[in-house]
Design a protein around this ligand. Structure first.
Ligand code: PMT
Length: 357
């Protein structure tokens, strides 16, 4: 391992030593930790693989009593869709997702329904079938055409069917105890949760996978340097109204190295690299692979991220994954298929089911 990777790990370690956990976070970690252990022991007992998926962007507070934050961009969709795909392949999924972002299964309702949440939709909820009958077939047909509700005469629209499919898939996931969800908002919360989940995942050995799709802030104000109260915009930060706001942000330690070195060394580790400049994407993804000891880095460019991604492997191999042609396909089908295959090869190389089994 390079000296810089060691240095990075040291810095990450000191982040946890220097920043004490707020009381509320301590309670959350304790409660979540118990649920997590039970979830993992259940999967380990059944010989099922587990993936921890991180998704969404972290928020960096500017004040201790937080009014303002700096956010990292991520809708959470990559993680949410991937979670559904992993569950369909028999994985247990620990979903560490940003509160309010796309969530597995629930995101399909948002995509199918929320664009249609208008007054016609409200009429349907409040007045139901009676109104449609009163309005006659023309209005009912137009409502159905917009894919909101059952069409005239009770015919079921395509959207209805997809919503039912989603409910059934979610019910199956709940009944098979396949999904454990943990939410975060702030960077600090994310990092503490990631450490806790990774350390717990260690018991899965090679049967565990970390799929790190969250967009994590590179800069923050450490909690001991945060102002207590809301920054006073009328006085400016230096005391005069004309000075504007100048912030100094410290670098956030990359915790990726710690996962492989200390927290979950036997788990299969996948990180993501997002760039907006295609020229920089592959060099940055290759560098991340070496620097943090990942098994795969998934490189994606902002605008094409749902059409194609690049997989980078430690042996120098690179492979492009594309979304299948045709309506209704998502790139995560092919992405998760490829990653699960890599994971199964990795398990086969090591043998055994989890640590100490
Ligand atoms: O959510 P969507 O809108 O669907 O978009 C998906 C995505 C583009 C956000 C996703 O595919 C993606 O690329 N996520 C990673 C974005 C990125 O480059 O993040 P980063 O540079 O902050 O971090 C790189 C990797 O290190 C990521 O795997 C991140 O989860 C991880 N990381 C970073 C910092 C840190 N302190 N700890 C980490 O674990």
């Amino acid at each position: 391992m390079s000296t810089s990777a060691h240095g990075t790990t040291e810095t990450a370690r000191s982040f946890f030593d220097d920043n004490s956990k707020p009381q509320t976070l301590q309670v959350k970690l304790k409660q979540t930790g118990e649920a997590l252990e039970a979830f993992l022991d259940d999967k380990r007992g059944r010989g099922r693989p587990v993936v921890c998926i991180t998704a969404g962007g972290t928020a960096v507070p500017l004040e201790a009593n937080t009014v303002r934050t700096i956010d990292n961009f991520s809708t959470g969709r990559r993680g949410a869709v991937s979670a559904e795909q992993f569950i369909a392949r028999g994985y247990g999924v620990i979903y560490l997702g940003r509160e309010g972002c796309a969530a597995p299964f629930a995101r399909r309702f948002q995509e199918l329904v929320s664009n249609h949440v208008d007054l016609k939709f409200m009429d349907k909820l409040v007045l139901g079938d009676t109104r449609r009958v009163e309005l006659g077939t023309e209005a009912a047909a137009s409502t159905a055409k917009e894919g909101i509700v059952s069409g005239s005469g009770g015919a079921v629209t395509e959207v209805d069917e997809r919503l039912v499919e989603t409910l059934v898939a979610y019910k199956d996931a709940v009944e098979s105890n396949s999904l454990l969800s943990i939410s975060f908002v702030s960077l600090e919360e994310y990092l503490w949760c990631l450490r806790m989940v990774s350390r717990c995942m260690d018991r899965m050995g090679r049967h565990g996978m970390l799929f790190l799709a969250a967009a994590v802030s590179d800069f923050h104000i450490p909690s001991h340097k945060l102002r207590e109260h809301k920054i006073d915009s009328s006085r400016g930060v230096r005391g005069d109204a004309s000075s504007g706001l100048t912030l100094h942000l410290d670098e956030v330690p990359k915790c990726l190295g710690m996962i492989g070195e200390e927290w979950a060394p036997d788990c299969f580790r996948i990180s993501f690299k997002l760039e907006t400049d295609l020229e920089r994407l592959l060099p940055k993804a290759r560098a991340a692979l070496k620097r943090y000891g990942m098994h795969v880095v998934v490189g994606n460019e902002l605008h094409s991220r749902y059409d194609k991604v690049e997989l980078i492997f430690p042996d120098g191999a690179e492979r492009q994954i594309k979304k299948a042609r045709g309506v209704g396909h998502v790139i995560e089908e092919a992405l998760v298929e490829a990653l699960a295959q890599e994971h199964f090869n990795y398990i086969a190389e090591g043998g055994g089911v989890g640590r100490g089994v």
